[in-house]
Design a protein around this ligand. Structure first.
Ligand SMILES: [Zn+2]
Length: 212
């Protein structure tokens, strides 16, 4: 069974998720925003074997603690989509624009796309869904019935499309034609804010919900 823990204390409330399979104890982090010591404690307490750090997209608030986390867990593989590398490489500029202390970035160990295979936690495959619109290389990760939606889909809302690489038509296509095609009972864990479900967002999302 997959377990999910949330750490919502990043800049702008950006969330890090610790997700693991309670049989094999293989785990991953989705983004690295804050709470490095708390996450380290939890990983040790539960005996989790952290395999991956999966980045949803290249905005500074989602990778703010990546370097510190990689120092704590040097054997993890940091993975992201290639199309957001230009954004990630501008992280100092992003930090300067936001007026926060610059972050040091570790190198990315591997690139992911929808064709990536053999990414798994125990028996649970990790499916990569490319969802551009908030940025060019944004992805969602589907593990069992849990979707980690980064800044593409939020509870009742969607990610901004006015930042570098953003495009409203693209996010509309990603959400309506990819995420809303997933099973209704999938739980959605966004990069900011509360969790939701595909079924709820299909009905009530303020941008694309059928009941709005
Ligand atoms: Zn973002």
């Amino acid at each position: 069974m997959i377990r999910v823990k949330s750490y919502p204390n990043g800049i702008y409330g950006a969330v890090t998720y610790l997700v693991y399979d309670d049989i094999s104890l293989e785990g991953a982090l989705i983004d690295c925003t804050s709470s490095v010591n708390d996450i380290e404690k939890e990983v040790k307490a539960e005996n989790i074997k952290l395999k991956y750090i999966l980045i949803t997209h290249g905005h500074f608030d989602h990778v703010y603690c990546l370097s510190k986390m990689k120092e704590k867990f040097p054997d993890t593989l940091v993975m992201m989509n290639k199309s957001d590398m230009p954004l990630l490489n501008q992280v100092e500029v992003q930090c300067a624009m936001a007026g926060v202390e610059e972050v040091k970035l570790p190198c990315i160990d591997g690139l992911l796309s929808e064709n990536s295979k053999n990414i798994a936690l125990g028996q649970n495959k990790i499916e990569i869904i490319e969802t551009k619109g908030h940025s060019k290389g944004g992805v969602c990760y589907l593990i069992d019935k849990y979707l980690f939606s980064g800044d593409t889909l939020f509870k009742d809302s969607i990610g901004r499309c006015d930042l570098f690489g953003g495009d409203y038509k693209e996010i509309e296509d990603s959400i309506k034609n990819k995420l809303f095609k997933l099973a209704d009972d999938i739980e959605v864990y966004p990069g900011h804010g509360d969790k939701t479900t595909i079924s709820y967002e299909k009905k009530y999302n303020s941008y694309f919900g059928s009941m709005i």
